[in-house]
Design a protein around this ligand. Structure first.
Ligand SMILES: Nc1nc2c(ncn2[C@@H]2O[C@H](COP(=O)(O)OP(=O)(O)OP(=O)(O)O)[C@@H](O)[C@H]2O)c(=O)[nH]1
Length: 221
């Protein structure tokens, strides 16, 4: 129990994971602690959650949603990866997507949703990741409080660290509800698009162009 409390007290950036994933007992502790504070938030907002049939269980519900769903990429280990030997020495561009992306804005805690695309030029003598693992990696880093610039970099750096490809590109195209649902109330079609490049995909403009063309084709299909 003392370990759990110590770990829970460590401060971390909103888009960083804890040093160690939480075990089930620690998750329960965190949910209970967060629920109490959400009750206080409701009280500050003059919402009588104890007597309101609609919001009676909401603090507990929201705390559970934050720890187990919306922010779970901070409290769980990155997905387990299946790697295959690159037996045939495949060294051309692979592009996968669209990968559905659901994240949360670090500034207003509003949803970010959109698509990610990943381009990989594997190392001929290296490993190839199982295709579904790219979706799981995107989901892991998206399940934190993010800004899009840092999200694409975290996804890219993680894949580079795991597989040391010759080239890697990550592209995200997403709607930020902090911009569409409040504030400036931009069009729901208003998106932010950005990329992060490594290795050959950073160095070679032709390869970057090929990656972007594949993304556009995959977006259209
Ligand atoms: N660069 C970047 N900006 C973001 C991202 N998500 C949200 N923002 C913006 O971050 C800003 C939030 O900071 P503030 O200007 O302090 O927020 P605010 O005073 O509520 O301003 P408005 O949103 O304009 O009403 C807003 O302009 C958001 O649109 C992101 O992923 N990247």
């Amino acid at each position: 129990m003392s370990t759990s409390i110590r770990r829970l007290r460590q401060g971390r950036l909103g888009n960083q994971g804890l040093d160690l994933p939480l075990d089930p007992a620690e998750k329960t502790l965190m949910i209970g602690s967060a629920a109490k504070r959400i009750e206080e938030l409701f009280e500050s907002l003059q919402i009588d959650h104890r007597n309101d049939h609609n919001t009676r269980d909401t603090p507990q519900r929201v705390a559970k949603m934050l720890v187990e769903e919306v922010l779970r990429g901070r409290y769980e280990a990155p997905p387990r990866i299946t790697e295959f030997e690159n037996v045939q020495g495949f060294d051309q561009l692979i592009v996968t997507g669209p990968i559905e992306l659901r994240s949360t804005c670090a500034h207003h805690l509003m949803p970010i949703y959109g698509q990610a695309f990943i381009g990989i030029i594997p190392a001929a003598d290296g490993k190839i990741l199982g295709l579904s693992k790219y979706d799981r990696i995107v989901d892991h880093f998206a399940s934190r409080l993010q800004i899009q610039e840092e999200l694409v970099k975290q996804i890219g750096q993680h894949i580079v660290d795991l597989t040391a490809p010759r080239g890697l590109a990550v592209r995200v195209s997403a709607v930020h509800m902090c911009k569409t649902h409040r504030g400036v109330r931009a069009s729901h079609r208003s998106r932010m698009v950005n990329q992060s490049y490594h290795g050959l995909l950073e160095a070679d403009q032709g390869l970057r162009q090929q990656f972007l063309q594949e993304c556009i084709a995959l977006e259209r299909d």
